[in-house]
Ligand binder design. Structure first.
Ligand code: GTP
Ligand code: MN
Ligand code: MN
Length: 371
């Protein structure tokens, strides 16, 4: 029989990309608390904000991958990023989990959720185009409500973000995402019949709702995807409330693109789509459409599996597979491709499965990447 130790730590590995992390797991009461701490650390923007935030996310990812409900402090034994003797950050995760297991709640988490700072930062960061540094600047100037910032100097994204605040903070349903996807597919077919439109992001992982719709546009013949985006945008101009097109820098080879961030070099468009609502859902004086954030990303076919992997998420899964790849395999992985760090040799792959295989990783379908 397995020893107690091996049984307790069974199945949860160091890198989240090695674990099976389903959408529905057993420990959401605990992971919700850790993710509030993660977000709070991120809002504070102090010296170690990022690494503190990451420590909470790693703890949360471990609990999401646990194949059972954690009910006692004993069963935290040997869990990565929670029960490690030499890390004060893991200690912080463990302390909060222990409080919740023993008291039913954590004072620290309750205080954060009820704080003016956290509530206001959440409110302001809910505006498209506003990140923690802008939100904090406003908070520090004494602003607390959306009305307070209407007359401040805002950039274009923020102006429309505020204008459509309510819609953009109402979750996008799977049906709405499929509707948008069909509309984009239809215009793509009119442009070139073999254009491929793929729903990625949270919906590809099986989420029933999300904050936006992420669509990859590609063509089975290399090069045929060029010049497609302006045509799509022209055909859809009446469906868009706002578009922000990003040009491709041209240097898409992984060797020459940004090493660290999740930013990629694809030609893309961050937009706000005006989706007409079916008659039955309209009532009286409500407007007959909903503003929805849509990302369109144009991907050459040779980079498609890497873009698919890179845009399926979660953000943490992407961060972890890149960390695993770099640390354990000495390979740099991006949404464009992968190459060895020493010889700069490019490693080809035709499918997501092949990428995992070449990295000696067990394949995780999108539904198991919900870390
Ligand atoms: P919801 O939209 O809230 O349902 O979650 P999501 O997982 O779909 O998040 P999001 O739409 O923000 O991003 C989807 C995936 O694309 C995530 O893995 C991100 O890391 C990735 N992503 C988002 N923006 C960019 C970007 O500008 N460049 C690259 N390469 N990846 C991005
Ligand atoms: Mn998304
Ligand atoms: Mn997105």
């Amino acid at each position: 029989p397995p020893t107690k130790k091996s049984r307790l730590s069974k199945g949860v590995n160091m890198y989240a990309c090695q674990n099976c992390t389903p959408l529905h797991h057993f420990n959401s009461r605990l992971t919700d608390a850790l993710e509030i701490l993660e977000q709070h650390a991120f809002f504070r923007l102090d010296q170690n904000a990022e690494s503190r935030a990451l420590a909470f996310r790693r703890g949360s990812a471990t609990l999401k991958a646990c194949p059972h409900k954690i009910t006692s402090v004993d069963s935290l034994k040997n869990l990565p990023y929670i029960d490690t003797s030499n890390s004060s950050k893991a200690g912080h995760c463990k302390k909060v989990i222990t409080e919740i297991l023993e008291e039913g709640f954590s004072d620290e988490v309750e205080d954060i959720v009820n704080s003016d700072f956290y509530k206001t930062m959440k409110l302001f960061c809910g505006i498209w185009g506003v990140g923690p540094s802008t939100a904090k600047k406003w908070f520090d100037s004494g602003h607390r409500h959306l009305n307070d910032i209407k007359n401040l100097k805002l950039n274009k994204d923020q102006t429309v973000g505020l204008e459509y605040y309510e819609d953009l903070n109402t979750p996008v349903s799977k049906d709405e995402a499929l509707c948008v996807s069909e509309i984009v597919k239809t215009v793509c077919m009119e442009i070139k019949k073999d254009l491929l439109v793929t729903l990625v992001g949270g919906f590809r992982r099986g989420k029933p709702a999300g904050h936006d719709v992420d669509l990859l546009i590609s063509h089975p013949t290399q090069g045929e995807e060029k010049h497609v985006l302006p045509k799509v945008m022209e055909k859809l101009k009446d469906n868009f409330l706002y578009t922000d097109k990003k040009m491709s820098s041209g240097t898409t080879h992984p060797q020459y693109t940004g090493k660290s961030s999740t930013m990629d070099q694809f030609e893309k468009c961050f937009s706000i789509f005006k989706l007409d609502l079916p008659k039955s859902t309209k009532n009286g004086n409500e407007k007959p459409w909903k503003a929805i954030r849509v990302d369109l990303i144009v991907v050459p076919t040779d980079q498609y599996p890497f873009a698919l992997l890179g845009w399926t998420g979660t953000k943490h899964f992407e961060r972890e597979i890149r960390r695993y790849t770099k640390t354990e395999k000495k390979v740099v992985l991006t949404s464009h491709g992968m190459y060895t760090t020493d010889t700069k040799q490019s490693i080809e792959a035709k499918t997501e499965e092949e990428i995992f295989k070449k990295l000696d990783l067990e394949f995780r379908p999108p539904s198991e990447r919900c870390c």
